[in-house]
Design a protein around this ligand. Structure first.
Ligand code: NAP
Length: 222
């Protein structure tokens, strides 16, 4: 069976990725900031292996790359993200959000790229957001949207290098999903979002590399 790695798997969309891939018999490497108290992640059935990772911590990223250096990763999903502030953000919040949402996905995926290149499927999905479309907008700044816009810019810069290694990488909008980040009024469940993304990833072809797609496979504007 293939192997998936899910970065940021403790709750919400990331937890659902682990549940579905492991439920289908995949081996899943799942990262959490709290491996000693994994909560629901620790109760999932199947071949789930937990790794400790805070994506702001370069030592953690290097250790994870080392732990997985002999593992072929067919599908790597970078899901970790934060919505720290809906109003005026402090300088600390700005730095933290940019680190987690814009820098860490590129740094973490780059560190694991050899493991993806060694696999059969060679697929990378970076969970961005439609909130990053058309960002930055100086007239209406928004920290979360700007951080995802910056992630998209960095992804488009580096993706050709990944593609040259035979990897198919996409940025994704998971839909407006009911999680701790959004609350109960969001429009779809994590199950619906992840079911859609997994179908999209199953059918992903090298020509799709560098696309920005939503969970139904529809193209999203940069
Ligand atoms: N929900 C939506 O409607 C929606 C829409 C568009 C995009 N997204 C994106 O989808 C992704 C998942 O969102 P969600 O709705 O599932 O949010 P969530 O329920 O708040 O889960 C966020 C996940 O990211 C992890 N994370 C946060 N900071 C981290 C760090 N420094 N290091 C490692 N992991 C960290 C969290 O781990 P802890 O439990 O340790 O905090 C948690 O597993 C995010 O990138 C988000 O921006 C969500």
């Amino acid at each position: 069976m293939p192997t998936a790695a899910i970065i940021g798997a403790s709750r919400g969309i990331g937890l659902e990725f682990v549940r579905q891939y492991a439920g289908d018999g995949w081996r899943v490497h799942a990262t959490t900031r709290t491996p000693d108290v994994p909560g629901e992640l620790g109760e999932l059935k199947g071949d789930v292996r937990l790794h400790h990772l805070d994506v702001r911590n370069d030592t953690h990223i290097a250790r994870l790359a080392d732990e997985l250096s002999k593992t072929a990763i067919d599908v790597l999903v970078h899901n970790a993200g934060v919505l720290n502030s809906r109003g005026r953000a402090s300088p600390e919040e700005v730095a933290d959000t940019m680190r987690i949402n814009a820098e860490a996905p590129i740094v973490t995926v780059s560190a694991l790229l050899d493991s993806v290149a060694a696999s059969e499927q060679k697929k990378v999905a970076i969970i961005s957001s439609i909130q990053g479309s058309g960002r930055p907008r100086p007239q209406s700044p928004d920290l979360y949207g700007d951080s995802k816009g910056e992630l998209n810019r960095r992804f488009r810069d580096i993706e050709p290098e990944w593609r040259a290694r035979g990897i198919t990488a996409v940025a994704l909008h998971p839909g407006y999903v009911r999680t701790d980040m959004t609350g109960p009024h969001a429009s779809i469940s994590p199950e619906e979002s992840v079911t859609g993304i997994r179908a999209l990833l199953d059918n992903l072809a090298p020509a799709d590399s560098g696309s920005f797609l939503d969970y139904r496979g529809k193209e999203v504007a940069w």
